[in-house]
Write a protein that binds this ligand. Structure first.
Ligand SMILES: [Zn+2]
Length: 78
């Protein structure tokens, strides 16, 4: 569960701004197109910037949403 390719089926990524608490869901498909499927989550951390307060944030939550056809369980991971 480290690279974008590993995450795309069953996980969502959310970036949390430490300054204004804005929670933004990241588009994993777009990230793979831009950065490649072998990009690790920790590499994305250094690229994030809040779109509201322009603060640099490194807080990413990986949210388990399950397989596409049975999304019931939510679980937060770091
Ligand atoms: Zn912010």
């Amino acid at each position: 569960m480290q690279t974008l390719s590993d995450l795309i089926d069953s996980f969502h990524l959310h970036a949390i701004c430490e300054d204004c608490q804005r929670n933004t869901q990241l588009d994993i498909n777009a990230l793979i197109k831009k950065l490649g499927g072998q990009t690790k989550v920790k590499q994305i951390r250094s690229k994030l910037r809040c779109s509201v307060c322009k603060s640099h944030t490194e807080d990413i939550r990986v949210v388990y949403v399950g397989a596409e056809n049975k999304r019931a369980i939510f679980q937060y991971r770091r």
